[in-house]
Design a protein around this ligand. Structure first.
Ligand SMILES: [Zn+2]
Length: 278
């Protein structure tokens, strides 16, 4: 699933191609907008909010799109062949004299009145890559539910917007925090959210998500998608597990040596330390 940095980059490229110019054609291939025609309307700006994209049209409309699992925007010159997938996966097309912006596989395509943007993005916590990024507010929201695992809390877009499984795994590794640690037991939560922001900011200008400083394929991450491979620091095999709220389970990766487990491990140690009754 694309994370905030991917959506930010898509938004910047769409903005460069579309903003300040009139659309010459639009084609919505979603039932609820099948009769919508934005030709002649001007795109004023394209902005990202977490993993959401807002394409503002004239001064009264906002096109809201979300990639979810594998949606994407592609930009083509008129006449260029489209390569984002089969035609039936195209959800919408926005075109001006120089560009065709094609949205593939997007489960969320809706047109809102500008004053209703909050209905799409008002629930989001501070945006890691937004102009309004507020680490203290992100920490406050995370701490609201101290019993929840940090792994789940970091993916909850109401706490902080833009985080996905890559930056969750890598940030927790770099902070030495096991993903199942309850939020209340995480030391230096403020350092953790600031680190996540730095990692995402460093990657937002390109499609790769490099956290190790090594851009070589297979060397870009510490733990993400490295189950059973040796930890880059201590050689312990990386572990992986899916967990999360029902229906929203996501795979988590960690090094059992570098990221100490939460209390259940401590309990097991305590039991083992108890002398056996004879
Ligand atoms: Zn390790």
């Amino acid at each position: 699933m694309p994370e905030g940095d991917t959506v930010w980059l898509a938004g910047r490229r769409l903005h460069d191609a579309l903003a300040g110019r009139a659309l010459t054609r639009s084609d919505f291939r979603v039932p609820q907008l099948a009769t919508t025609d934005l030709a002649g309307r001007t795109v004023t700006e394209v902005v990202s909010r977490g993993k959401h994209l807002l394409t503002r049209v004239d001064d009264d409309l906002t096109l809201h799109t979300h990639f979810r699992m594998d949606g994407s925007w592609h930009l083509y010159r008129p006449g260029e062949r489209w390569r984002g997938g089969p035609d039936w996966q195209v959800r919408l097309l926005l075109e001006n004299e120089d560009w065709q912006a094609v949205g593939y596989r997007m489960p969320v395509v809706e047109l809102l009145a500008r004053e209703d943007e909050h209905s799409a993005v008002g629930h989001l916590g501070p945006d890691l890559l937004g102009p309004d990024w507020d680490p203290a507010e992100a920490v406050r929201r995370l701490r609201d539910d101290p019993e929840r695992t940090i792994g789940e809390a970091l993916l909850d877009q109401r706490n902080l917007a833009g985080m996905g499984t890559v930056y969750r795994a890598e940030t927790l590794f770099l902070r030495g925090v096991h993903p199942r640690t309850p939020v209340g037991g995480v030391e230096g939560l403020d350092h953790l959210v600031r680190l996540a922001e730095r990692l995402m900011r460093a990657n937002r200008g390109h499609p790769q998500q490099v956290t190790t400083g090594n851009n070589r394929r297979g060397a870009q991450h510490y733990v993400y998608e490295r189950a059973r491979q040796p930890c880059r620091r201590c050689r312990t095999p990386i572990e992986a597990e899916e967990f999360g709220p029902p229906g929203q389970e996501r795979r988590s990766y960690w090094c059992p040596t570098c990221q100490r487990g939460p209390s259940p491990t401590d309990d097991a140690d305590a039991k083992n330390a108890r002398p056996h009754p004879r």
